[in-house]
Design a protein around this ligand. Structure first.
Ligand SMILES: Nc1ncnc2c1ncn2[C@@H]1O[C@H](COP(=O)(O)OP(=O)(O)OP(=O)(O)O)[C@@H](O)[C@H]1O
Length: 533
């Protein structure tokens, strides 16, 4: 399969229209030499542009995007001050408006599925403005079932991946087990889409609706996170997974209606974990583990456009918080900043290993060709282009001895038994000691942090009061000095005038003296000359 790597690709170029495409950097499809694991491999970024909808075609919506699949480039045409500017972006793969679901899967996703079966953790996520085809690409257009048992032509990445996983395992006559989870992240709250429905009688107010069961995200103590109590369904066939997907999607829609949610503002993560049995040369049974995460992100458009107002502002803000943090994480990784703000949102905590970690990651950025979406399209193109520079260091999951897996499963059964016992006795909820201690430690750390923040806030308030007093005093002083200055200026003006008068009088006196001296001199001269005669 194609591996990616090489230096980060340069920024996209803008050109004034000269009838020629500008090439921007490498297509990033360059092969990473084997053994280059140290440096890692770049996140693979695929760009897909949807076709115009029937309505857009009818209303002759101008198209401003052109895709060059062969050169793996996409160009956006902008008119600024009557000049046509083309911005061209290069990606690992580009799929134009007429691309087929099958082509996208076979060229870009199928190799990733193979890697999952090799024991890697892989994540594929769809990013783009609402209505650009994220769900179409991930799930597909119509029903997943076709009469012949074949997948319908518009089946998306998820059903095709599931089908391929089973096809490969069956062809290998592998002994395996598979489990899936499906969660939704909305408004920074996680909902388990596979949790059993709770009876809803009598009808509860929306805020108490139990179908929306937010669940907690916990640190696993190894730098990762896990979703506490998330339902894991064991599956034996592709058909079962399709049913689970339908069930999860239906639950998402029900909650959407009940809670006035908008699916375009929620993120969903569907994960498949596969355990495959292998025999070593010494006939020891080992278990290889691979995981595939399929992420459908919320619409990336900005909040003002999505119409968030008043009560919905928090909700949009929170979702934006996840996407904003995702952007910040990408920036920090690309710029190699010391601090990567994974912890700032649940989405980035969940996707941590997929961004700069040991997971193989592929981002499918979706755009619309319409002129009316150009602003958002350019922002998606910039975002996705930037994400190309993230480097992950994928590692195959360590194989486990079958006996160790069985031991783990026994302790899991023990834990569950104790939980069931505690629940039956109605004497509380059983929490393993380790988790209890961890939660207590987290609570303590959080309390300390809150106390510290409270103290900081108090100190700042005090500082603010002092500064205000200082400011008021300075203002008073400044007013006083202003008055004094005005008076002094008036006095100075008076003194200047008096001086001027005195100078005039002095000059007059000087000339009078001079005149008189002259007269005296003449008189003296005439007296002297008379005396001589
Ligand atoms: N590549 C494509 N080919 C044909 N139709 C498409 C394609 N991409 C999207 N569509 C159609 O465009 C519409 C919007 O797509 P979709 O619902 O998948 O967008 P979305 O990005 O998931 O939006 P949201 O953020 O609201 O979930 C759908 O009717 C879908 O069938």
């Amino acid at each position: 399969m194609e591996k990616r790597g090489g230096p980060p690709s340069p920024s996209p170029k803008s050109t004034e229209k000269s009838g020629k495409d500008s090439r921007s950097g490498d297509a990033n499809g360059a092969t990473t030499p084997k053994g280059d694991k140290e440096k890692g491999v770049n996140v693979q970024v695929i760009l897909r542009c949807r076709p115009l909808s029937d309505e857009e075609t009818k209303s002759n919506t101008p198209v401003v995007i052109s895709c060059n699949e062969r050169r793996r480039e996409v160009a956006a045409t902008q008119v600024i001050a009557n000049k046509q500017i083309d911005r061209t972006f290069a990606f690992d793969k580009v799929f134009g408006p007429s691309s087929k679901q099958k082509d996208l899967f076979e060229q870009s996703i199928s190799p990733i599925v193979h890697e999952v079966l090799e024991g890697y953790n892989c994540t594929i996520f769809a990013y783009g403005q609402t209505g650009t085809g994220k769900t179409y690409t991930m799930e597909g257009g119509g029903t997943r079932k076709a009469k012949s048992g074949e997948l319908p032509t518009d089946a998306g990445v998820i059903p095709r991946s599931v089908r391929q996983i089973f096809d490969i395992l069956e062809a290998q006559c592998a002994e395996y087990s598979m489990k899936v989870t499906f969660l939704e992240l909305y408004n920074e709250e996680i909902t388990d889409l596979l949790a059993p429905e709770e009876p809803r009688f009598p009808v509860l107010p929306v805020s108490e609706d139990k179908s929306k069961k937010p669940i907690a995200l916990m640190e696993d103590g190894k730098g990762g996170v896990f979703v506490r109590g998330l339902e894991e369904e064991v599956v034996y066939s592709a058909g079962e997974i399709y049913k689970i997907l339908d069930k999860g999607s239906a639950k998402r829609r029900t909650a959407e209606t009940l809670l006035n949610k908008q699916s375009s503002r929620s993120h969903s993560i569907f994960s498949i974990t596969i355990h495959i049995k292998e025999l070593t040369h010494e006939s020891e049974e080992m278990i290889k583990i691979g995981k595939l995460n399929l992420v459908d992100l919320a619409g990336s458009e900005n909040i003002s456009r999505s119409g968030a107002r008043d009560g919905r502002a928090r909700e949009a803000g929170e979702i934006n918080k996840s996407l904003l943090t995702l952007g910040r994480v990408i920036n920090a990784l690309v710029e190699h900043s010391g601090h990567v703000p994974y912890r700032d949102s649940k989405l980035t905590r969940l996707l941590r290993d997929s961004l700069g970690g040991k997971t193989k990651t592929c981002i499918i950025a979706t755009i619309s060709p319409s002129v009316y979406c150009l602003e958002e399209t350019l922002s998606t193109l910039d975002y996705a282009h930037r994400a190309k520079n993230i480097r992950n260091k994928p590692e195959v999951n360590q194989k486990m001895m079958k006996s160790a897996v069985i031991k783990d499963l026994y302790s899991e059964i023990d834990r569950l038994k104790q939980e069931v016992f505690a629940a039956r006795e109605k004497n509380g909820i059983y929490i393993p000691r380790e988790r209890y201690l961890q939660e207590e430690a987290e609570k303590k750390a959080m309390t300390e942090k809150i106390e510290k923040l409270g103290a900081d806030l108090e100190a700042r308030d005090k500082q603010l009061v002092e500064l205000k007093e200082l400011y008021d005093a300075q203002k008073l002083l400044s007013a006083e000095l202003g008055g004094k200055l005005e008076k002094t200026q008036k006095d100075l003006e008076g003194t200047r005038n008096a001086l001027h008068d005195l100078e005039q009088k002095y000059n007059e006196a000087q000339s009078t003296i001079k005149e008189k001296e002259y007269v005296i001199y003449n008189l003296q001269s005439s007296v002297t000359s008379r005396l001589c005669i």
